[in-house]
Design a protein around this ligand. Structure first.
Ligand code: CMP
Length: 146
């Protein structure tokens, strides 16, 4: 099925690798259905990463994500959620370099916190954050809250 997923290029990667990352996104066949460059406030970052609240790295994560502009996109493709996760690679760039050297995190992450990109972890999250109603069929949808 054609799906939407939410993708974020994180602050350090926006500063250093935005054009290269965008090139790889389009080369991989993703349609950039929406794109917006926004500096997350601490409140937005807290809301966005609510699932991680209470984890030892949460404060660092909120600080990092609000330190500069991020690029927030809705990417559209067959099996976009899983395909984007594959292009990102594992959360930890040290793992990514071993298992998926071509992935974005292997190439552009600095460390596990500043790991270049984010993507929806599953279809439910993708639907919620892209605002696409229904069962995962592609529809033009707003990026809420940003
Ligand atoms: P992301 O895929 O955006 O989802 C949660 C984020 O938390 C993750 O990428 C990293 O930026 C960050 N993160 C996850 N695990 C750790 C960790 N052990 N130490 C620091 N940051 C982490």
């Amino acid at each position: 099925p054609v799906e939407h997923t939410l993708a974020v290029i994180k602050p350090t990667a926006v500063k250093e690798h935005k054009d290269e990352i965008m090139q790889k996104v389009t080369n991989a066949g993703f349609i950039v259905s929406q794109m917006k460059e926004t500096n997350f406030t601490r409140e937005m970052a807290t809301q966005f990463y609510k699932a991680h609240e209470g984890k030892p790295f949460f404060d660092q994560l909120v600080n990092y994500m609000s330190e500069g502009p991020s690029v927030i996109m809705i990417l559209t493709k067959e099996n976009a959620v899983e395909q984007w996760r594959q292009l990102m690679g594992p959360t930890d760039p040290d793992v990514a370099k071993e298992s998926s050297p071509d992935s974005l995190r292997a190439q552009f992450a600095q460390d596990i916190l500043r790991n270049a990109v984010h993507g929806s972890s599953n279809k439910e999250h993708a639907l919620k954050t892209t605002g696409a109603p229904g069962s995962g069929e592609a529809q033009v949808a707003p990026v809420p809250g940003v």
